[in-house]
Design a protein around this ligand. Structure first.
Ligand SMILES: *[C@@H]1O[C@H](CO)[C@@H](O)[C@H](O)[C@H]1NC(C)=O
Ligand SMILES: *[C@@H]1O[C@H](CO)[C@@H](O)[C@H](O)[C@H]1NC(C)=O
Ligand SMILES: *[C@@H]1O[C@H](CO)[C@@H](O)[C@H](O)[C@H]1NC(C)=O
Ligand SMILES: *[C@@H]1O[C@H](CO)[C@@H](O)[C@H](O)[C@H]1NC(C)=O
Ligand SMILES: *[C@@H]1O[C@H](CO)[C@@H](O)[C@H](O)[C@H]1NC(C)=O
Length: 480
C-alpha cells in the first residue's frame, strides 16, 4: 500500500461521533470494482517543434528543475506519465523546425543511410531522459509528422505529399517504405543508446491536412501499407516487445474512424499497439470500435488568448474546462490516454496551446496555467495500468473511479454546478481505512483537502466549480 507516502495528507478512520456536519447531508457516490472499463496508459503532452529546447537550453538550472517538476513530479506537479516527441524531418533547425538525423538523400531507398544524429533531437532527448530516469515516466512516444522530403512524392517535408511506395504512389525515386521503417527503427535505437526506451512509434500526424510545415498525406489504405512494413521491421529488429505502432493522429475523430476502418479492411489492425486521434475538426460521439487502447493524443485551445484562469465564463482555455474535457474523453469515449498539445511554449503566440508559458531568455519567467492543475488531479492519482471501474450517484457532481495497479483507488469528482456538494464515497465490498482528498479550483492547485474515513465510507466536500480527487490508499475487504 502506498499510504505511508501520503501520511501527512491522509487521515485514518475516526469514530462516527466526530463527523463533520457536511457529512450527514452528503449524497452517496458508489464505486463498483467489479464493473471494469478501459485500462489507462496515462496523461501527457508533447515537446515537439523545439518547445523542449525551452527546458533543455535553460541555463538557470533551478528554473529548469521547477519546470520538470511541474510537468512530471507526482507530488508537486502534474505527474504526467506520457511524453510525445516529434521525430524531425527538417533539413535544418531554423525557426521551430525539428531537424532530421538523416537530412541527406543517400541516393536511393536501398543505399546505405547517412545519419548525423546530434544527440539533442531538438531538445527532446534531454526532456525524455529526465522524464524516464528522474520521474519514472515509462511511456515515451516518438511520432513523425513527415518522412524526410526525399522519401516523398513531393520531394519536400512540407505541404503533404505521400510516402513513396504506398499504394497509389508512383515515384521515380522508388519505394521508400522499408527505408522509412528502418529510419524509424534507428530513431528507437538512438533513444535506447541514450537510456530511453521508446514504447510507441508513429509515422503520421494529421495525414488529411497538407500543412505548410512538416506534413505527410495518407489515406487509411496507405497507412495500412506502411503499418505492415513497419511492424515486420520492428519484429526483425527484436523490438516488438518494447515498442509498438501508434496510428494515425488524425485531425478529427471521424477521420480517425475512417482510417481505422481502412486499416481493419487491410487486415492490419492487430499490428497496431494504440489508436491515436486529435479532435480539432470533430470530436467523438462515443468509444471507437476497437479493442485497442485509444488515445486522444493531441488537443488544446488554439484560439483563445493565454489564460491562467480556473473558471471565468467556461472559456476554452480555462482549467475547469480541461478537467471536464478529460472527464468526457475518459468516461464517455473510454480513452486510455489523454495528451495536451505542448507542455511548454514561448509567449508568442500568446495562446493556450501550451500548459506553461516560458520566456526564451533570462530570467526565464514562466507562468503556469490552471490547465496543468486540471491534469494533475487526474494524472497524479490515475496511474498507468489503472483500470477504470464503475461509479455512480452523487448530487451536483460527476465522478470517475479507477483502481491502480498498487490497489489504491482514485475517485475523481467534478462539480457540475456553481455550488459545493458533500459526498460520501462507498466502495462496494471494501472498507476504506486511509484516504486523502485533493482539490483544484480558483485558489488551490491540487491542494490537500479535508476528508473523513468512517462507517466504511470516505466523506468530503467537493467545492463549487472544482475538481476534487479522493484517493483511497488503504482498505480492508475484497480486492478485484
Ligand atoms: C536551443 O539550443 C539549440 C542548439 O543546441 C538551438 O538550435 C536552439 O535554437 C535553441 N533554442 C532555444 C529555444 O533556445
Ligand atoms: C518531487 O518533488 C518533491 C518535493 O520537492 C521532491 O522531494 C521529490 O524528489 C521530487 N520527485 C522527483 C522524482 O524528483
Ligand atoms: C533477434 O533475436 C534472434 C533470436 O534471439 C537473433 O537470432 C537475431 O540475431 C536477433 N536480431 C537482431 C536484429 O538483433
Ligand atoms: C486538483 O484540482 C484542484 C482545482 O479544482 C486544485 O486546487 C488542486 O490543486 C488539484 N490537485 C492536484 C493534485 O493537482
Ligand atoms: C479543514 O477543516 C478545518 C476545520 O473545519 C478548517 O479549518 C480547514 O480550513 C479545512 N481545510 C480545508 C483545506 O478545507
Amino acid at each position: 500500500m502506498r499510504g505511508t507516502s501520503l501520511a501527512l495528507a491522509a487521515v485514518t478512520a475516526i469514530p462516527a461521533t466526530a463527523l463533520s456536519p457536511w457529512r450527514r447531508a452528503a449524497s452517496d457516490i458508489t464505486v463498483d470494482l467489479t464493473k471494469t472499463y478501459q485500462t489507462m496508459d496515462g496523461f501527457g503532452c508533447s515537446f515537439a517543434f523545439q518547445r523542449a529546447n525551452l527546458i533543455t537550453n535553460m541555463s538557470d538550472k533551478t528554473k529548469q528543475r521547477q519546470l520538470l517538476d511541474l510537468l512530471f513530479n507526482t507530488t508537486t506537479g502534474a505527474g504526467l506519465s506520457i511524453v510525445r516527441n516529434g521525430i524531425g524531418s527538417s533539413p535544418d533547425s531554423s525557426s521551430d523546425h525539428m531537424n532530421t538525423f538523416a537530412p541527406k538523400n543517400p541516393g536511393g531507398p536501398k543505399a546505405a543511410p547517412q545519419d548525423t544524429w546530434d544527440g539533442k533531437d531538438s531538445g527532446q532527448l534531454f526532456v525524455s531522459q529526465e522524464a524516464y530516469k528522474t520521474y519514472g515516466v515509462r511511456t515515451i512516444y516518438g511520432d513523425a509528422w513527415s518522412a524526410p522530403g526525399y522519401m516523398k512524392s513531393n520531394g519536400n517535408e512540407n505541404n503533404g505529399g505521400t510516402l513513396c511506395g504506398v499504394s497509389g504512389t508512383n515515384c521515380q525515386s522508388g519505394d521508400w517504405r522499408q527505408a522509412y521503417a528502418d529510419y524509424l527503427v534507428r530513431y528507437v535505437k538512438y533513444y535506447a543508446d541514450a537510456g530511453v526506451p521508446v514504447t510507441h512509434i508513429g509515422f503520421l500526424n494529421e495525414p488529411e491536412f497538407a500543412a505548410s510545415y512538416a506534413s505527410m498525406s495518407s489515406n487509411g489504405a496507405q497507412a495500412a501499407d506502411m503499418v505492415k512494413v513497419l511492424s515486420s521491421t520492428l519484429n526483425a529488429a527484436n523490438l516488438s516487445s518494447q515498442v509498438g505502432i501508434a496510428c494515425c493522429e488524425s485531425e478529427g475523430w471521424g477521420n480517425q474512424v475512417n482510417m481505422l476502418n481502412a486499416i481493419k479492411s487491410a487486415g492490419a489492425e492487430s499490428l497496431l499497439k494504440t489508436v491515436t486521434s486529435h479532435t480539432y475538426t470533430g470530436g467523438s460521439s462515443g468509444p471507437m470500435n476497437t479493442k485497442l487502447p485509444v488515445w486522444l493524443s493531441e488537443q488544446c485551445d488554439l484560439n483563445g488568448q493565454w489564460t491562467t484562469s480556473w473558471y471565468g465564463s467556461g472559456g476554452a482555455g480555462e482549467g475547469l474546462t480541461w478537467a471536464n474535457n478529460i472527464y468526457s474523453a475518459v468516461v464517455n469515449t473510454q480513452v486510455s490516454g489523454y495528451l495536451y498539445w505542448e507542455g511548454v511554449q514561448w509567449p508568442d503566440p500568446n495562446t493556450n496551446e501550451k500548459m506553461i508559458k516560458v520566456a526564451k531568455s533570462a530570467p526565464y519567467d514562466y507562468e503556469v496555467s490552471k490547465r496543468l492543475w486540471a491534469f494533475a488531479n487526474w494524472s497524479r492519482f490515475v496511474r498507468p495500468g489503472a483500470v477504470r471501474v464503475g461509479s455512480s450517484g452523487g448530487s451536483g457532481v460527476k465522478s470517475a473511479a479507477f483502481k491502480n495497479v498498487d490497489g489504491s483507488i482514485a475517485v475523481v469528482v467534478i462539480s457540475t454546478g456553481g455550488s459545493a456538494s458533500a459526498v460520501n464515497i462507498k466502495v462496494a465490498g471494501v472498507t476504506p481505512t486511509v484516504a486523502s482528498a485533493w482539490v483544484t479550483d480558483a485558489t488551490h492547485n491540487c491542494a490537500a483537502a479535508n476528508v473523513t474515513v468512517a462507517d466504511g465510507a470516505v466523506a468530503g466536500n467537493v467545492a463549487a466549480r472544482s475538481i476534487t480527487t479522493f484517493f483511497i490508499t488503504s482498505q480492508a475487504g475484497a480486492a478485484i
